[in-house]
Design a protein around this ligand. Structure first.
Ligand code: PLP
Length: 417
């Protein structure tokens, strides 16, 4: 086993920086934004909370999470179906431990799902995707897989807005996938960790169409800027209570309960308030401008890029006629990333870390190398609902924009600044 690819690129970038290289960090997908002040203040207020909390989580937090789903998604969730964990990643691991099933993943998918399956000795089935579907999974590919061996138990993980694609699914697409999942008894883990960063401000969960077979996963790491706080939750429907109970049993023998002060502070985040609404609105407006501008620039340089719909990722595909490849075409996406890091100082990740074939020249960018706090404050100068223009992006997201410039220059084989 190797260290998780995203953490490894962070360490490699840090080592290069220590040697004096100006590395632009578009590798690790960490939120650039601060924790909203009201949530950080709640953590300070609750520093004295020292007791172990119930394994499934602080009752007020479980209620707040159910309320959050009602408010943001129109989903009726029972607080009793909520389990809080030290990040959703740990809960995903325990789910795969508890549920003996094949793991079904769209290629590409987030880096850690498949390694977790391997540790748990579960089989991984990759569903192919196509550029023309925006690298989304289709109901037909899920149906074809399930028909091959109808009797196997399966867990499908869907993540939208997606890491690494930056795309989301429409209600119709989700409804169609839900129908196939229901027909074949596939359990869906709906990874909604980027739901608050959907550029439209609206997020539709597949649980609306398949409530009895969907587990919702969400947490504070992305839309609340609190990845290092390590708090996330799963929400189970009544039909899957047995699975929640098994995970709670495993949790009681491993992490016991999430840190108490963090859980009290998380109540404020999930309850929401005007300040958090404004914070989210600014985050989304900034990311929409930054991601769509970056995608357009990369497309102009000749890459194929799915239209971003949320979060902070892009997954450009490089083509054989890329001018830079006149100097030699890399054999793999990993070689491509290595050349880009050496030639431009821009750290990105190969698509092969996300389940794509090594020779497919797709790379993932996390457009997060900027000071999110300053960028959000920059909106004080903008009229409400104004879309930040390129001058705004160059002021507040300068390093990320420079990273995109360097990448485009590299693709087009122009001199680097
Ligand atoms: N799911 C996706 C798609 C992610 O990108 C991440 C983190 O990068 C996670 C889950 C895990 O988040 P956490 O464990 O911080 O809740």
């Amino acid at each position: 086993m190797q260290k998780s690819a995203t953490l490894a690129i962070n360490e490699r970038s840090a080592a290069l920086r220590a040697q004096g290289v100006d590395v632009i960090g578009l590798g690790l997908g960490q939120s650039p934004f601060p924790v909203p002040p009201s949530v950080a203040e709640a953590l300070r207020r609750n520093a004295h909370q020292k007791a172990y909390l119930p394994v499934e989580g602080l009752p007020e937090l479980r209620t707040a999470i159910a309320g959050y789903l009602r408010r943001t998604e129109g989903i009726e969730a029972d607080p009793g179906g909520v389990i809080v964990g030290p990040g959703t990643k740990e809960l995903m691991f325990l789910l795969q431990l508890a549920f003996e099933a094949d793991l079904v993943l769209p290629a590409p998918s987030w880096v850690s799902y498949a390694p977790q399956a391997r540790i748990n000795q579960r089989q991984v089935c990759w569903l192919p995707t196509r550029d023309r579907d925006g690298l989304r999974v289709t109901p037909d590919s899920l149906d074809a897989l399930c028909r091959e061996e109808p009797d196997r138990s399966r867990l499908l993980i869907l993540n939208y807005p997606g890491n690494p694609t930056g795309t989301a699914y429409s209600s119709t697409q989700l409804e169609d996938i839900a129908a196939v999942a229901r027909r074949h008894g596939v359990i869906v883990l709906s990874d909604e960790i980027y739901s608050g960063l959907n550029f439209t401000g609206e997020h539709v969960s597949i649980a609306r169409f398949y409530p009895e077979g969907t587990i919702i996963s969400n947490g504070l790491s992305k839309w609340c800027g609190a990845g290092g706080w390590r708090v996330g939750a799963f929400v189970f429907p009544r039909e899957l209570e047995w699975l929640e109970a098994t995970i709670a049993a495993a949790a009681s023998e491993t992490f016991s309960a999430v840190s108490a002060p963090i859980q009290y502070a998380a109540v404020v985040a999930f309850d929401g308030n005007d300040e958090i609404d404004d914070y989210l609105s600014r985050s989304r407006r900034l990311l929409r401008a930054l991601m769509t501008t970056s995608a357009r620039r990369l497309r102009d340089a000749g890459a194929t890029v799915p239209e971003p719909q949320g979060g902070f990722y892009l997954l450009p595909r490089f083509h054989a006629d890329c001018p830079r490849f006149r100097q030699g075409r890399p054999d793999t996406a990993a070689d491509l990333c290595e050349s880009i890091l050496t030639d431009t100082g821009v750290a990105i990740l190969p698509g092969s870390d996300f389940g794509l074939a090594p020779e497919q020249l797709l790379v993932r960018l996390a457009a997060v190398d900027f000071d999110g706090e300053a960028a959000l404050a920059g909106f004080d100068e903008l009229a409400e609902d104004t879309v930040p223009d390129e001058a705004f992006l160059r002021t507040y997201c300068a390093r990320t924009m420079t990273g995109i410039d360097r990448l485009c220059d590299w693709i087009e084989d122009r001199e680097q600044d």
